[in-house]
Design a protein around this ligand. Sequence first.
Ligand code: MG
Length: 255
Amino acid sequence: MISIKTSAEIEKMVVSGRVLAEILQAVQGRVRPGVSTRELDQLAYRLCVDRKVKPAFKGYHGFPYSLCVSVNEEVVHGFPSERRLAEGDIVSLDFGVYRDGYFSDAALTLAVGAVSPQASALIRVTREALFAGLAQVKAGNRLGDVSAAVQERVEAGGYSVVRHFVGHGIGRALHEDPQIPNFGEPGRGPVLKAGMVLAIEPMVNAGGFEVEILSDGWTAVTRDRSLSAHFEHTVAVTENGCRILSQPDSDHPLF
Ligand code: MG
């Protein structure tokens, strides 16, 4: 069952998404060669305390941290650690907050200092794939229209869409119906209705689509150890298109 949020609920999710985006922007500002991924997690946690929100991932099915930090061939769910980011790395930050009964969820991939042209193209195409999907989010379209648009942009760039993880509905729970694959066929799947709220999140590998999970039980890496990138927004379906909820209250979008 895909829940339809009232406008009052969506306004609460706007606030949840705003706090999320502002914290993620602050963490983004700290990304540079030499910073440890644990410092990024600690900053995210501290800002949650300051802003009186809960980090959505901490404790979720036992995930031990506030922030998922996935470096290079890590796809998603990377553990923050003493590892220091190095010039040329790419790093994906995935973060969620819970505020006043509602979750929000967003992710982005950043270049650490100067990166290879291949790494920067992967980041650019993954971001474009998310926006290609968002362009299909409006009442009356089908979920498959969104999935197919993401897949088309990714594969036109010569990359692979991860199959093992998908986007999701979001609201009173972090993961609600529907599942939102980043591959599919136009005209298939549930019809989108105004008031649905979706977390759309292409995960894109430079090589093959296969992933494996490391022995920590969480960190997903590309099987061929190629680079991987990830972008995600929480968005509401409207009659005319999509409204991005994971945005700061400023002129500078999250990405
Ligand atoms: Mg998500």
